[in-house]
Design a protein around this ligand. Sequence first.
Ligand code: NAD
Ligand code: UD1
Length: 308
Amino acid sequence: MALYLVTGGAGFIGSHLSDALLAEGHEVRVLDDFSTGKPGNIDPRCAVLRGDAADPALVRRALEGAAGCFHLAAIASVARGNEDWLGTHRANLTATITVFDAARAHRLPVVYASSAAIYGNLGEQVAREDLLPAPLTAYGADKLGCELHARVATHVHGVPTLGLRFFNVYGPRQDPHSPYSGVISIFARRVASGETVAIHGDGNQLRDFVYVADVVAHLRAAMGHLEAGGESTVLNVCTGMGISVLDLAHALADLHGRPARLVHEAPRQGDIRRSLGDPARARGVLNITAQTRLREGLERTLASLVVA
Ligand code: NAD
Ligand code: UD1
């Protein structure tokens, strides 16, 4: 059993990961500034450090005695990156370099969150890891920067790294109230409360939605891969199946047994038209695939809203 640092452990994905690590008998230390994360997401068995993941002294302290780091702290909203370019840059890239730098002393393995946003618009192509990245947003550019600095961490400083390019993650605990949250949590809450759902643009933009438990399984497998001496690399975390935003709104309304009430708004700046990933490389390297079907994941997400 080991101690792991989870940055962003008060957030949506980080809190599910922490729960899974605790269930395996590991110790978890969370570093979070609670900018979007919530204390209530954290299991009381976790040790908590409150602060900025771009603070070098704090991150060094957070890594003391740890066997490795899952670096998930970031401002996950693409729209917020458009509005606050410099502020999100500090959280999304400077913090990542800070974590790699702190991991240098003991060459600790770091599994970090990259994103499908690094691909940009691929037209009809499915996103494979060997395609040339061409991000269209500050958020995507910073996540690509994380991958480039991970190469530096590995090749210059001997830090094992694995970057996971999450596609659109959804599930319980994704904040349904923030306009900056993921589309499924926003739509699920609005449909459940009988409110209208805002579609940005025509709604034909396509996304590859992956359920949070599957993302957690990839994160754990990625750490196991590095601990076993596996190569440092980047991998997609996706299902290989897409649904349009419009069909998603209808699917959620169907699950509620009522018609969707839609309003169309202006498209979001830099919004990716089609984001669909190829899971083959992750399957080859980590021997893992996403298991949860969209309908099942949506049902679990809706059920969590009713209980909450
Ligand atoms: P989230 O907002 O729920 O979690 C992020 C956490 O990081 C929050 O608890 C927040 O308080 C914390 N945080 C933000 N800035 C910080 C800072 N400077 N110092 C310390 N803590 C800070 O978002 P999430 O959906 O759980 O995202 C987790 C990671 O996965 C992020 O790196 C995000 O970019 C990435 N990602 C998410 C998705 C998705 O669909 N949710 C897709 C691709 C990548
Ligand atoms: C999401 C993640 C981002 C991640 C990326 C990877 C969030 C908040 N963002 O970005 O961290 O790196 O996936 O693929 O989790 N939409 C509407 N109406 C709404 C809200 C959204 O039509 O009320 C549309 C958006 O314009 C977009 C789609 O739904 O076309 C998905 O939006 P969103 O959930 O914000 O995710 P991404 O921008 O894809």
